[in-house]
Design a protein. Structure first.
Length: 125
């Protein structure tokens, strides 16, 4: 599984966590059954987002302006994932984290989300 596919998987896990409002990684078990092994990146990023969810959410909210506390779940999932990478994964360039988050919301969110996500991450990065 290449890094982009792994990031997509991690994004979907974070999105699922937000939608069902539960940090228990049930989907990780399904991935392990299907794939045989969960990629290390997915484990690190998803686990890190879960562990630091409150901190990352407060950071994102501090830059969300009028959308503070009411972000669209697909956008918030991308923001959480990228914010974690920016703050805690020195081996991933910030520009890559931002670009990949923008690409995720282009695929899974609204047309205006890419600019919104890019703006918030530029402030964080």
């Amino acid at each position: 599984m290449d890094r982009r596919t792994q990031r997509d998987t991690a994004y979907k896990l974070v999105f699922e966590m937000l939608v069902i409002n539960n940090t228990e990684p049930y989907t990780l078990e399904i991935i392990a059954e299907d794939e045989g092994q969960i990629p290390e990146y997915v484990m690190i990023v998803f686990g890190g987002v879960v562990e630091r969810l409150d901190e990352l959410s407060m950071l994102i909210d501090s830059h969300a302006g009028e959308f503070r506390g009411k972000l669209f779940a697909p956008d918030k999932a991308a923001l959480l994932l990228a914010a974690y990478e920016i703050l805690y994964m020195d081996d991933i360039p910030k520009a890559v984290s931002i670009n990949e988050a923008v690409e995720l919301v282009k695929m899974y969110s609204t047309p205006k989300s890419a600019a919104f996500v890019n703006g918030i991450l530029a402030k964080i990065g």
